[in-house]
Structure formats: C-alpha cells, structure tokens
Ligand binder design. Structure first.
Ligand code: PLP
Length: 412
C-alpha cells in the first residue's frame, strides 16, 4: 500500500537495542566503500593473522584435508571425542587435572561459545562484570542474553591491570560472574598471578562464576608469563575457559574454538544442561575444523617462534610501541601479549570529542583503518586500537603517516 512507503515494516528485534559491535561498524563500512572505489586501505583494525603472512602450520592443513571424507556428517554436539581429549590433555600439561572430555564443548570459534554461555546463564537483571576496555563481543553477548553488562576499570597507569577495588565496589546481589580476558584484547596486558588471585578471591567470596577468555594464551612477549585462570580457581570456583585456534594457529577463518568447564560442576548442573541444550540446538560446530584441534595441540607448530624477540610478532610489537610513543600527543603502554596496542590520544591538544570521527578522518586522509576506543566500551573518546600484525616495513610507514596526520589534526 502506498501509504506504507518509506515506513520500516520489518524492524529489528528490541533485543538488539543495547547490542553494539562497533569494530565492524560505520568506520569499516566507509573503508569498504573506499576499497570498492579503488583505494588501497591498510587494515590495522582486526586481529586476523593469515592475510598478513601468518599462515597455518602445514601439519594442521594436512590433517584437516585427510579427515575431510569422514567429516561429512554431524558430530556429537559437543564435538568429536579425539579433539575434546586433546583439549583435556593440553590443559593437563598446564596443571589443570580435573577437566573431563564431557565438559569440553567445541564451537565455531570462541565467538559462538561466548554467546552460547551467556544465553544459557542470564535472566533479565543479572549482572556480569566485564572489563573496560573489553573485547566487545562480551558486552554485546551479555546484553543480547538479557543480562546487564557492568564494566570494571582496567588501570592504564598500572599496565592495564584490572582494578580490584572497582570490581569489589560494583558487585551486587545480582552479580553472577566476572569476565577475565588474558592476555588482553585490546590492551595487550598479561595479568600477574597476584591480580588473578585477587580476582578469584572476589569470585569465591561473592559466589561468582568466572569466564576466562584465553584465546591469546600463546602470544606473549619477553618474559611475560601467561597463567591459565583455571589453575587458580581450583575446585570451589566455577570457571569457563575459552580458547581456540584463530590466533595461535593462525586459522581464524576455519572457526575452531573450545570451552572447558572446571570447578564445582555439581553446583552448576542446571546451567551446564542449558549449555548442552543450546549446543544441541545448533547440532555441532564445523566438523572439518574440529579435526584441526588434535593436530594443533598435539604438535609443536605453535606461534612461539614468531613471538621471540627475534620473531616477526615481537619485532612488530616493539616497533609499534616505540613509534607510537614518539608521536607528539600519543602514548601507549607496552603490550606483554596479544596483537594490539591501545593507544592514548591527547584530546585537549587535538580537540577530539568524537573518537569515531578521528578514525574516519584518519581513514579518509591516510587510508589507514584503526578502531576507535569507544568500540571497546571505553568511556572516553581518547583511545584507539592498533593491530600489530603487518610487517615492520608496513607498520613503520603507517606510523609515520599517523604522525604526519596528527601533526596537523584539530577536530574542533
Ligand atoms: N576473544 C577475544 C579476546 C578475541 O580477540 C577474539 C577475536 O578477535 C575472540 C574472542 C573471537 O575469536 P574466534 O575467532 O575464536 O571466534
């Protein structure tokens, strides 16, 4: 009918009204438009190793290809047993001995398992403590599930460690769990034992469950030590550990991740049944990529050679941190892990009131794509995230261009 013209008939669900995932938002859309118009964009916006020459170890591909004929059917909804056993054995080598293969769930990347774990848990009004800044899927998943994300501060001047006092002050009778991202995206922090013990103590005191996002567990620089949270939570704190092959094994596109549940499972049988129900409803994760897990975890083909001081990632991280700190009006805490720097802008100097506009201006003028800090639920317009995956030569040039851009930048 003509009178309906221009009126949106099929509007999105109100469930989405508080769901944001701006690292794939308007700035990326503008970059896509510019690319379609023939521009070459340097993409420093997403932690996707393969396009930057970090390709999967051969042994993983060979194993996947060999298993393709037998990967045609659905698997158990938790995933194939050999892969789940490989996950159990992997955590045994880390000192986590209480994990059973039946408490491992394989997913289409960690992403699917994060949303599934939140959907199974949250009722309206339930609060989940999420770091600020965060990897925004966490905040979005809590919001989508009907829960309330409550952001706890990570302290930039203390190497981005979680602020335990801020967390303690934000715990209420409705708080159900704490999200811990270690090594951290976007800050690059790797948490000390003391910090992790402090977090677990709070969880124990307030009977909270813990979500440990450890997808960058193998990507640490220098002598930073990555400690799996489940080695500290022990028998009395429920811990859901998420990890996978996207980063350490460079196969983000194959979508292969896992969730391992440890701790007092008997106290969480209803929640675990919920997780099982949602896993059943999506049948199973992509079966060919489940076959990559045993090959990856059983072999020696990890990212370790690339993060040594002489390795590619280590050198790229060092150069990026040094060059960012050389730009007037920019500072960045050095990263001990992961693939990012969360850099601070002097907003007074540049007159920045809108960090998304800063990212758009940089994109349009220099064809460099970064993510603005608010996309990580940071509460001020004074940060941006840089991905350190490109080669030293490319980063060197990009950071020179960022410096040139900022030397004449004034937003107001
Ligand atoms: N968690 C963190 C902290 C991430 O940075 C990412 C991807 O960038 C994910 C989870 C999602 O990873 P996956 O590819 O396994 O879905």
């Amino acid at each position: 009918a003509a009178f309906l013209e221009g009126i949106t008939v099929f509007s999105q669900s109100s469930k989405l009204s508080n769901v944001l995932y701006d690292i794939r938002g308007p700035v990326l859309e503008e970059a896509d438009r510019m690319e379609a118009a023939g521009n070459r964009i340097l993409k420093l916006n997403i932690g996707n190793p393969a396009p930057f020459g970090f390709e999967a170890p051969d042994a993983i591909l060979v194993d996947m290809i060999k298993h393709l004929p037998e990967a045609q059917g659905y698997s158990d909804s938790r995933g194939i047993l050999s892969a789940r056993r490989a996950v159990v054995q992997y955590y045994e080598t880390k000192g986590i001995r209480s994990l059973d293969a039946d408490d491992v769930y394989l997913g289409n990347g960690v992403s699917e398992l994060i949303t599934l774990a939140m959907q199974a848990l949250c009722d309206p009004g339930d609060e989940i403590l999420v770091p600020m800044p965060d990897y925004p899927l966490w905040t979005a998943s809590v919001a989508l599930s009907g829960g309330t994300p409550v952001h706890y501060r990570c302290a930039e001047d203390e190497g981005w460690m979680p602020d335990l006092e801020d967390i303690a002050a934000k715990i209420t009778p409705r708080t159900r769990g704490i999200v811990v991202i270690n090594p951290n995206n976007p800050t690059g922090a790797v948490y000390s034992r003391e910090t992790l013990e402090g977090l677990v103590k709070l969880a124990r005191e307030h009977d909270l469950l813990m979500f440990a996002d450890e997808i960058y567990e193998k990507i640490t620089y220098g002598d930073a030590e990555m400690i799996n949270l489940a080695t500290i939570t022990g028998d009395d704190v429920l811990c859901l550990t998420f990890s996978g092959l996207s980063k350490a094994y460079r196969i983000a596109g194959y979508r292969s991740g896992w969730l391992a549940i440890t701790g007092p499972l008997h106290r969480a049988s209803s929640y675990i049944e919920g997780i099982r129900l949602l896993a059943n409803m999506r049948m199973c994760s992509n079966v060919p990529s489940q076959h990559a897990i045993q090959a990856a975890l059983g072999g020696h083909q990890t990212i370790e050679d690339l993060v040594l001081p002489t390795g590619r990632l280590g050198a790229q991280m060092d150069l990026s941190a040094r060059k960012l700190n050389e730009i007037d009006g920019v500072s960045a805490q050095p990263a001990d892990g992961a693939l990012y720097l969360f850099a601070k802008l002097d907003v007074e100097r540049f007159g920045i009131v809108d960090d998304q506009r800063f990212a758009l201006d940089l994109l349009r003028e220099q064809k460099i794509l970064v993510s603005h800090g608010r996309a990580f639920n940071w509460d001020k317009p004074d940060h941006f995230r840089l991905v350190t995956l490109p080669s030293v030569e490319v980063l060197d040039e990009a950071l020179d261009r960022l410096g040139d851009f900022l030397s004449g930048y004034e937003q107001r």
